[in-house]
Design a protein around this ligand. Structure first.
Ligand SMILES: [Zn+2]
Length: 82
């Protein structure tokens, strides 16, 4: 588990929630649902070490286009500003 009972940023109350995190590697992005500790006061999110390791793993997979295990949700686009 995560060693926070209080938010180290604002000292607010921290609760465990399932959150969506957007990860980017190379030109690819993936959305992962993970458990995080979320501060009720400032909204800061805290992830456990194993979750952060998972993020790294997914990022490097995205970077190397090893995306066969990921589910295709849609395309992501880059919009230029004119
Ligand atoms: Zn906080």
């Amino acid at each position: 588990m995560i060693p926070f009972k209080k938010c180290p940023v604002c000292n607010g109350e921290v609760v465990e929630k399932e959150v969506e995190k957007l990860l980017r590697g190379g030109n690819n992005t993936a959305v992962v649902k993970v458990k995080a500790e979320v501060c009720l006061h400032c909204g800061e999110r805290f992830y456990s070490k194993s979750t952060i390791n998972k993020f790294q793993e997914i990022r490097s997979k995205l970077e190397h286009e090893e995306i066969s295990e990921f589910e295709l949700l849609g395309h992501s686009f880059k919009a230029g500003s004119r």
